[in-house]
Ligand binder design. Structure first.
Ligand SMILES: [Mg+2]
Length: 229
């Protein structure tokens, strides 16, 4: 490995590796039922996709004119987390085709990180279900940052990890795989190269963002990752 050039790959999680936005929407609605709030798919995609749980619950309560103390939001996050885990373990978590292959290929080419607004437990559970835990060297989850995407804080922490643990990897040899506009903004604000996969937004929409390249599916991303070597 030492005489080979190493490439770092930093994956977003929701919408890139796991197809769980509908599961999240169900979780938000389950938790918000006592508040008589229901978020339909259109509103969810337009307003809340890309937020972490705290940001989304905060925005939802605010949009419906309801009080949003830290204790209320903490309680909602906990209810949603229990719902998500139970549903995911019962087989409701959809993993994108080639997600496991993309992680394995990336890990064979250099360090792999995940930077996500998901809770750490959701990410580690999905990696466990995919048998991909060993491929990922670093996870920056919702609990690890003060500001969620589009803020670059999560990507800056991945850069810190690269500098400290893999100092021979050049940042120009790193790539971020994202699906959302907020995620692309976040990675570009950290000056990282970004490839977008059209899982959540139309390719034409992504092409108008600051992404460096766009791909239709993870299979196309896999081909491009392989071509880096
Ligand atoms: Mg995403």
């Amino acid at each position: 490995m030492s005489d080979r050039r190493a490439f770092a790959t930093i994956f977003d999680f929701n919408g890139v590796l796991v197809d769980d936005e509908e599961l999240h929407r169900e979780g938000f609605n389950h938790a918000l039922k006592p508040h008589e709030i229901e978020i339909d798919r259109e509103a969810y995609e337009a307003k809340y996709l890309g937020f972490d749980d705290r940001g989304a619950f905060d925005a939802m309560l605010s949009d419906f004119g309801q009080p949003r103390t830290r204790a209320i939001v903490d309680g909602l996050i906990a209810v949603k987390a229990r719902f998500y885990e139970a549903r995911a373990r019962s087989g409701a978590l959809k993993i994108f085709d080639k997600a496991r292959d993309a992680l394995a290929l990336a890990a064979s080419m250099g360090p792999v990180a995940i930077v996500s607004g998901a809770l750490r437990a959701e990410i580690t559970l999905a990696l466990e279900l995919m048998a991909s835990t060993d491929e990922v060297g670093f996870i920056c989850a919702a609990e690890d940052v003060a500001k969620c995407k589009p803020d670059p804080e999560g990507y800056f922490s991945a850069i810190d990890w690269l500098f400290n643990v893999h100092p021979t990897v050049a940042l120009a040899d790193a790539v971020v795989i994202e699906d959302s506009l907020a995620g692309i903004e976040s990675a570009k604000a950290a000056s990282l190269p970004v490839w977008a996969v059209a899982h959540s937004y139309e390719r034409a929409v992504l092409e108008r963002s600051r992404t460096d390249r766009t791909f239709e599916t993870l299979a196309d991303v896999l081909d491009a990752l392989r071509a880096r070597g």
